[in-house]
Design a protein around this ligand. Sequence first.
Ligand code: ZN
Length: 161
Amino acid sequence: MKIADKNVVTLEFELFDRDGQLIDSSQSNGPLVYLHGAEQLLQGLENALAGQGLGEELSVELAPEQAFGQREEGLVDRVSRENFPGVEHIEAGMRFQTEMEDGSPMLVTVTEVDEEWVTVDGNHELAGRHLRFELKVADIRAATPEELAHGHIHGEGGHSH
Ligand code: ZN
């Protein structure tokens, strides 16, 4: 079986930045399970994986434009602590869901805190970074009709409803 649309694929992976620093891996966070062709992975990864077979290993490098985009300094904001009602303790690294001006949700990460102000960054944590994925195809199976109807996978690594 080769990876194609409507397959559920399990990947073992290691993710490195340009300097060879390990950012994430299946060893620490478990394998990545996704529905191929459903835009759940970065397009560059899906393209590289299409047609690969079980046990295949591949290395995929993505520039920021192909991954999570360039950093936008406009997404860094300094806001008053009063914007965090009911949050007793705020520290760097915490994440909050907020709203963009158009009302769409945005996840921000706190990068700095002082007595009065909180600096938040709405960039994806991997924005602006060159990424190198070392992938191994650990499993390929056909998606069930139910999974296709839902557009996501069920069972291990997926929804459990
Ligand atoms: Zn479902």
